[in-house]
Design a protein around this ligand. Structure first.
Ligand SMILES: *Cc1c(COP(=O)(O)O)cnc(C)c1O
Length: 494
């Protein structure tokens, strides 16, 4: 198996090289040139395994240079008591045809942990295998969730360090507390005076600073990103689709071999793409339903075959899906177009020059064969959270609510009652204010008090990672102008 760039399929690498490199120089994304088949017999065996072992069996199919023992070591580090449930990705049955796949039991209470608890181990080993002696410094500009998940993943991982910039006025109190109390000897956190765009453009400027690159190189460092669309972030996500299917079988919701639908709250298209890859490998999937909030560029793309980002950007109660350019869609298009790199180059060039492109009928037909799409606005999102809580006593976050609503709409429109998994991407405690309002309360207290209020009102327990924030000391207090970010990097690496 080789990994090719979506923009140059003659450029190919091993898994370790692709993970060590991150983004291809041509701007393309590394993608496997073949997808290993998983038989029904193998799925039956996975049904009897725990999450860690499921991860080993699926991931090793894509990591030919790694031994099973190595991968078992990564999985043991990534999915163990850093989760607050024995199973890292438990399935919660709602009724006879619906279950929620809860991907938020990890250290930061959001699904990014599923990949970011694994990526650092994969990356560290990939760097060694590809002969890289320098230490990697991960630079992140974050609007909240990714920064914390990356910090937790990379803390104290050999051969790596991580520096996160967040906008001083652009993250919630809880998110700020999560980041500034971060533990670990190789981590740094710094506020930037400004908004998310200021932090992000500051980081981009650092990445393209040739002089700094030289200087760091001489000192034995190189810079990389955890925001990037690294294959090492996507691969761990393929696992939980298999795991969810096995648990659907184990719970009697389907018989082995029967198909299921997945409905996925989507932003950058990474999560749902992992589901598509699982299906390509032989997982019995009927349809993938792509759920968006008011930023419904993907809903329109799935309906019309035209991707058009020229539209108003909406700030919503499901902020992790507030995205108008879904980077990982490029990997899907690469697959649907038969790995046609020239075609991908031309669509991506049109996306950057005109903000839109249209795929031809053959590609649209392949898209239709697998994907459906829908969206849900903020008012409906709150309404759905309230209803599910009142009627079924099940509390979900805003992103998950978008997916649940889109699944209900999809079923009503298409009469497709295939048993379905709603991919649940965050703890309701991560989005306390919207969730409180959704269940008829007011969000009138600051920071961690909101967390307490949600717990008191619903009688549910505060997730441990949020609970323990109270007793942590604030380690990082630095706040700089955007123009001073480069100095922060150089002194961090001293
Ligand atoms: C990142 C995120 C998403 C979107 O996932 P993509 O892989 O970007 O599509 C959905 N929900 C939550 C809570 C997230 O953090």
């Amino acid at each position: 198996m080789r990994y090719v760039s979506t923009r140059d399929n003659a450029l190919n690498m091993t898994a370790a090289q692709a993970i060590a490199t991150g983004l291809s120089r041509d701007g393309g994304l590394f993608t496997p040139d073949t997808f290993p088949a998983v038989s029904m017999g193998e799925i039956e065996l996975l049904c009897k395994a725990d999450y860690r072992e499921r991860a080993v069996k699926i991931m090793k199919l894509f990591l030919e240079e790694f031994t099973e023992e190595e991968i078992r070591g990564f999985a043991a580090a990534a999915y163990s008591d850093n989760y607050d449930t024995p199973d890292s990705a438990p399935l919660r049955k709602l009724d006879d045809t619906t279950a929620f796949l809860e991907l938020w039991h990890g250290p930061t209470c959001a699904f990014k942990d599923m990949a970011l608890q694994m990526l650092p181990h994969l990356l560290s080993a990939s760097l060694k295998k590809s002969g890289e002696n320098r230490e990697v410094c991960i630079l992140v500009a974050t609007s909240g969730d990714t920064g914390k998940a990356a910090l937790e993943g990379f803390k104290d991982v050999d051969g790596t360090s991580i520096l996160v910039f967040y906008p001083e006025d652009g993250v919630s109190d809880v998110q700020k507390l999560q980041m500034t109390t971060q533990e670990g000897a190789n981590v740094g956190v710094c506020a930037v005076k400004g908004n998310f765009d200021d932090a992000q453009s500051g980081v981009k400027a650092i990445f393209s600073d040739e002089q700094l690159r030289e200087e760091l190189n001489e000192r034995g460092y190189f810079l990389s990103s955890a925001n990037s669309i690294n294959w090492g972030r996507l691969l761990p996500q393929v696992v939980y689709y298999f795991s969810a299917y096995c648990d659907m079988v184990n719970n009697g919701l389907v018989k082995l071999g029967d198909k299921v639908n997945f409905c996925v709250p989507t932003g950058n298209f990474g999560n749902i793409l992992a589901g598509y890859y699982a299906m390509k490998m032989g997982l019995p999937v009927n349809r993938l339903v792509c759920a968006s909030n008011a930023n419904n560029v993907l809903t329109d793309f799935i309906k019309t075959g035209t991707y058009d980002k020229n539209r108003q950007f909406h700030t919503t109660v499901s902020p992790s899906m507030d995205i108008l350019i879904s980077s990982n869609l490029e990997r899907l298009l690469f697959d649907l177009s038969g790995m046609d790199d020239a075609q991908i180059r031309s669509w991506m060039a049109m996306l950057s020059s005109e903000g839109k492109y249209t795929v031809p009928d053959e590609v649209k037909a392949k898209l239709d064969a697998v994907f459906s799409g829908g969206f849900c606005d903020d008012d409906t999102t709150r309404k759905v959270i309230g209803e599910l809580y009142n009627e079924q006593n099940y509390l979900i976050d805003t992103h998950t609510a978008v997916a649940y609503k889109v699944l209900c709409d999809y079923r009503a429109e298409n009469g497709d009652n295939t048993p379905a998994v709603v991919v649940s991407t965050a703890s309701p405690y991560k989005f306390c204010d919207a969730v409180l309002e959704a269940i008829g309360e007011t969000a009138d207290v600051p920071g961690l008090e909101l967390v307490d209020k949600l717990s008191a009102v619903t009688g549910t327990a505060v997730p441990k990672p949020l609970e323990t924030l109270r007793s942590k000391t604030r380690r990082f207090t630095e706040s700089v102008e955007k123009t001073a970010m480069k100095e922060v990097v150089t002194s961090f690496l001293n």
